[in-house]
Design a protein. Structure first.
Lengths: 271, 72
């Protein structure tokens, strides 16, 4: 049995083997998007909602997503991108549930235009209400431990702390905070969302014990998105494998790896 | 005084004339959208699909239609 099929994680009753959640925006063509989805092996792809007049130029991307989802048996995760208040986010989540026929929602409530940092207060308010309404809330949040705990208390089944600002490609800017979250919330599904730019960033997140990563721009903006999706898939599998195998503890000093008994030189030291 | 034959609503931010007494469901149909292809809000509030028929539009109502799009 392969690692992918034997090592699973869950969102509620849904069992997943892929630890790669993929965004669908910014691809050069529907075909490239479809091929990237296949190459990624993802079982969860994110989608959005847009006003009909503004969405006139979709050019078949959504149809391609639906086709790939059917072929791979994967799920859609609609988001509330662009929301600035809890009220907006709740309204958009309700519309997303109707449009995509899923209770899953990636809850985004942004509090700063420059960094697109999540607003922890509006996020918690929206999450609380949506959980009451039966949603499965995937909150895009900061790496602040206390606000993360509040989201869990509100009924979120998992957390999606940022690695870096959305689309920045800077990787895991605060490994200490992310490690702290992992250590303090050992039984919580944790997904690094946003800021991942290279497969090594994703591998590091998995090596730290994160359950999955969600990314978009790093694949969509690659010179070859399909090859990059494959590269991320391999890195994520490697990172997860390393976590399960147990990464060695760091040492402050050199520790000889070759077992040497006595003097390794036949001639001994010079006279 | 006779009721106006048509009223003006804001459709995705643009003025749009509809017959007086027009329902949200009728507006969606007049725009050639399949009912399940869009989701709707009036004056900032979500209007579920099964309530569109009962949602009669009034002068100046702000109607938003959303459809699926790619996203991160």
């Amino acid at each position: 049995m392969t690692q992918a099929s034997s090592d699973t994680w869950q969102v509620g009753d849904v069992v997943l083997s892929s630890r790669f959640l993929l965004g669908t925006a910014g691809y050069p063509s529907p075909q490239v998007l479809g091929d990237a989805i296949v190459a990624s092996g993802t079982q969860v792809v994110t989608v959005g909602l847009k006003r009909t007049l503004a969405a006139a130029g979709d050019n078949g991307h959504v149809a391609m997503i639906r086709r790939c989802m059917q072929q791979q048996g994967a799920r859609l995760l609609p988001n509330t991108a662009g929301c600035r208040t809890a009220r907006e986010a709740v309204q958009l989540a309700q519309m997303a549930r109707e449009l995509y026929d899923t209770p899953w929602i990636k809850l985004e409530v942004v509090g700063d235009e420059h960094t697109l940092q999540p607003d922890p207060f509006e996020l918690l308010q929206a999450a609380t209400q949506l959980v009451r309404e039966g949603f499965t809330v995937f909150p895009y949040c900061t790496d602040d431990l206390v606000s993360c705990r509040r989201l869990l208390d509100a009924g979120c089944p998992l957390l999606m702390p940022w690695g870096a600002p959305i689309g920045s490609g800077q990787g895991l800017l605060n490994p200490f905070a992310l490690r702290t979250l992992r250590e303090r919330l050992p039984d919580t599904v944790l997904i690094v969302d946003a800021g991942i730019g290279a497969p090594s960033h994703a591998a590091l997140a998995l090596e730290m014990g994160y359950d999955a990563v969600l990314l978009n721009s790093a694949v969509a903006q690659a010179r070859n998105p399909v090859a990059m999706a494959q590269a991320f898939r391999l890195a994520i599998e490697a990172g997860r494998g390393a976590w399960r195998a147990g990464v060695m503890a760091k040492q402050d000093f050199a520790v000889a790896s070759t077992p040497v008994g006595g003097d390794p030189f036949l001639l001994g030291p010079a006279a | 005084m006779n009721a106006p034959a048509s009223i003006i609503v804001s459709l995705d931010g643009q003025a749009h004339a509809v017959p007086a007494g027009c329902s949200l469901a009728a507006l969606v149909a007049s725009l050639q959208h399949q009912p399940a292809a869009v989701t709707t809000a009036v004056n900032g509030g979500f209007v579920p699909r099964d309530q569109r028929e009962r949602c009669v539009l009034n002068e100046g109502d702000a109607v938003l239609l959303f459809q699926p799009i790619v996203g991160g």
